[in-house]
Design a protein around this ligand. Structure first.
Ligand code: UN1
Length: 496
C-alpha cells in the first residue's frame, strides 16, 4: 500500500534530505500500518535549515511581541479545530490511547494561550541608577537561532513547550523531532504556518540524533539548544553544546516515587498509582516507577494494585475501551524485558505482568504487560534506574523519615507524590523531597503548562519549561540612558 512521503521544512519549502534517504514511521500497535516516510537528514540539511532560520531572524526579531503572540493565538484556534484528527494521528504514530493523545494536543493548546499572553508581558526590570539624571533598565532580547530536540512520548506538547516561548520571544527555530514521532511535530508546525508564521521562522529537520541532532549541536550559528530525552543522551548533548559555547536546557529522566502513608485514602492512592505507573504505558519522564508503602497498608495496597493492574485492557489506543497502548518501539520492549530480568535476578518478586505480548491481535505491535514487582529494596537497580515502560516497583518502609530518605536516595529528581491526610507531613515532604515537582494526594504525572516543569540532580541542568521557559529563550540586556549631558563616571563621580 502506498504511504505519504514527507519532507523537511526549510525556509518555507518542503525539501527532501539532500542525501535522499528516508526513515519509515510505523504504527507501534500494528507495524503493517505505515504512517509515512520521513527524511533521514544530515549536516547539509541542518545547515540549510539554520541558514534559513538566520535569514528569517532578521525580520522576526523586529516583529512586535504582541503581534508574534497573535500568530500563536491563531494557531491555537486551528489546533482546537483539528484536535480530534491530530490526536488520532498521534495515537497511530506513537501508541498512547486516544484520551491521552487528546490531552497531548490540549497541552499544546493550553501552552499557546499561556505563552501568547506573554507577548504583552515579557517583563523587564527598571531600577534606579546610582547617578543623577540617568535611567537604568533591563530588557529581554531574543537569543537568535535556537535548536530544539524533542522526544516521542509527548510529541506535540513538548515541542509546543519549546517552540511557543522561543517564538514569542523573537527567536527563530530549527526543530529535530524524535524519529518515532515526526508527524505530530508536522501537525503542530503546520498550524503555525497556517496561522501566518513567516517562512524560515520554524524549520523542521527530521533524522537521527547521531546525524541531524549532532549537526544541530555543532552548528556555529545555533545559539541555544533545548533538549528533552534520556539522561545518557542529555549528558552528551550538554557537553557538546558547552564545547560550542551554546546555552543548553536539558530535561531528562526520572525515577519518580509515590509515597503512601498508613493514614492515606487508599482508594485514591490506588487510582493515582495505576494512572501514574501505567498511563502512557509508563513512558513518561514523570511516570510513577516506585511506590513506597508504609508497613500498615502495604499488604492491602499491594493486593488491590495487582488485581487492578491485571484488569487493565491492553491494545490499540484507537480503540476507546483500551487503557494501555503499546510501547513505542521494539527497543523499548527490550528495555522492559531486560529490567524484568534484572529485577528477578536481584530477588524482587514479580506479582503480575513481565512479558511482551505477541499473540493474536498483538502480533504486529510492541505490547508489554503492566508489571508489578514487590519486595524491592532501595539499593536494587530496578529501584534506581529508569525503565520507561509499564514496570513499577513496590518498596516498604516503617517511618515517614525513612520514606523521604528512600525517595531521595536516587540520581534523579523530577516528580514525587505523597498520599496522606496529615497536613504537617505533607508540608514537611514538600520541603524535603528532592524533586522539581511534588504532588500531595495526586499522582506523579499531570503537570500543568503554566507552572515550572523540570527537575534536579540528573534530571536537569537547572532550567525550567513552562514558567521559566522565557528565561531560557531570552537574554538580558542592561540599558543605561544618561540624560545629564555630561560625562558621569560610575563608581567614581558618585563616590563618598
Ligand atoms: C514527559 O513525560 O516528558 O506532567 C512530560 C506530565 C505531562 C508531561 C510529561 N504533563 O505528566
Amino acid at each position: 500500500m502506498s504511504h505519504p512521503v514527507y519532507h523537511n521544512l526549510i525556509g518555507g519549502q518542503w525539501l527532501p534530505a539532500a542525501g535522499g534517504s528516508t526513515i519509515l514511521n510505523l504504527n507501534p500497535a500494528d507495524h503493517t500500518d505505515v504512517i509515512g516516510e520521513f527524511p533521514a537528514s544530515h549536516a547539509e540539511d541542518v545547515d540549510r535549515a539554520v541558514q534559513a532560520a538566520r535569514h528569517a531572524y532578521a525580520a522576526w526579531r523586529l516583529v512586535p511581541a504582541p503581534r508574534r503572540a497573535e500568530i500563536l493565538l491563531r494557531a491555537r484556534d486551528l489546533l482546537v479545530q483539528r484536535k480530534e484528527r491530530l490526536a488520532k494521528d498521534m495515537t497511530r504514530e506513537m501508541g498512547k490511547v486516544l484520551a491521552e493523545t487528546r490531552g497531548d494536543v490540549q497541552e499544546a493548546i493550553d501552552e499557546a494561550l499561556y505563552v501568547a499572553g506573554e507577548g504583552r508581558r515579557l517583563f523587564g526590570v527598571t531600577t534606579p541608577s546610582e547617578l543623577q539624571n540617568k535611567f537604568a533598565m533591563s530588557v529581554r532580547m531574543p537569543v537568535g537561532v535556537v535548536g530544539l530536540i524533542t522526544p516521542w512520548n509527548f510529541p506535540m506538547a513538548i515541542p509546543s513547550w519549546k517552540l511557543f516561548p522561543a517564538l514569542v520571544a523573537g527567536n527563530t527555530c530549527v526543530i529535530k523531532p524524535a524519529t518515532d514521532t515526526p508527524l505530530s511535530t508536522y501537525n503542530l508546525v503546520q498550524a503555525l504556518v497556517d496561522a501566518g508564521l513567516p517562512p524560515g521562522v520554524v524549520n523542521i529537520v527530521c533524522g537521527s540524533g547521531s546525524h541531524a541532532g549532532a549537526a544541530l549541536l555543532d552548528h556555529p550559528d545555533v545559539r541555544a539548544i533545548s533538549f528533552t530525552g534520556s539522561s545518557a543522551v542529555g549528558s552528551h548533548v550538554g557537553q557538546r553544546a558547552a564545547a560550542n559555547f551554546k546555552q543548553v536546557s536539558l530535561e531528562m529522566g526520572g525515577k519518580n516515587a509515590q509515597i503512601v502513608l498508613d493514614d492515606a485514602n487508599l482508594d485514591l492512592a490506588l487510582d493515582g498509582a495505576l494512572w501514574g505507573a501505567f498511563g502512557t504505558t509508563g513512558q513518561r519522564c514523570t511516570a510513577t516507577s516506585r511506590i513506597l508503602l508504609q508497613r500498615g497498608i502495604a499488604a492491602e495496597f499491594t493486593q488491590k494494585l495487582v488485581a487492578r493492574a491485571r484488569e487493565l485492557k491492553i491494545g490499540n489506543g484507537l480503540d476507546e475501551s483500551v487503557q494501555v497502548g503499546p510501547q513505542v518501539n521494539a527497543a523499548q520492549i527490550e528495555t522492559s524485558e531486560r529490567y524484568v530480568e534484572i529485577a528477578r535476578k536481584e530477588g524482587a518478586k514479580m506479582l503480575c505482568g513481565g512479558h511482551a505480548l505477541r499473540h493474536d491481535a498483538y502480533a504486529h505491535g510492541t505490547f508489554f504487560e503492566p508489571t508489578v514487582f514487590a519486595g524491592v529494596e532501595p539499593q536494587m537497580r530496578i529501584a534506581r534506574e529508569e525503565v520507561f515502560g509499564p514496570v513499577v516497583s513496590l518498596i516498604e518502609f516503617d517511618t515517614f523519615d525513612q520514606a523521604i530518605a528512600i525517595a531521595n536516595d536516587i540520581d534523579y529528581g523530577l516528580s514525587t507524590a505523597l498520599y496522606t491526610r496529615d497536613v504537617n507531613r505533607a508540608f514537611a515532604a514538600i520541603r524535603d523531597l528532592e524533586a522539581g515537582i511534588t504532588y500531595i494526594n495526586a499522582p506523579t504525572i499531570g503537570a500543568e503548562v503554566h507552572l515550572p516543569f523540570g527537575g534536579v540532580k540528573h534530571t536537569g541542568n537547572g532550567h525550567r519549561e513552562g514558567l521559566g521557559a522565557l528565561d531560557f529563550f531570552t537574554t538580558w540586556k542592561a540599558v543605561y540612558v544618561d540624560y545629564s549631558d555630561k560625562l558621569q563616571r560610575a563608581q567614581i563621580d558618585n563616590a563618598e
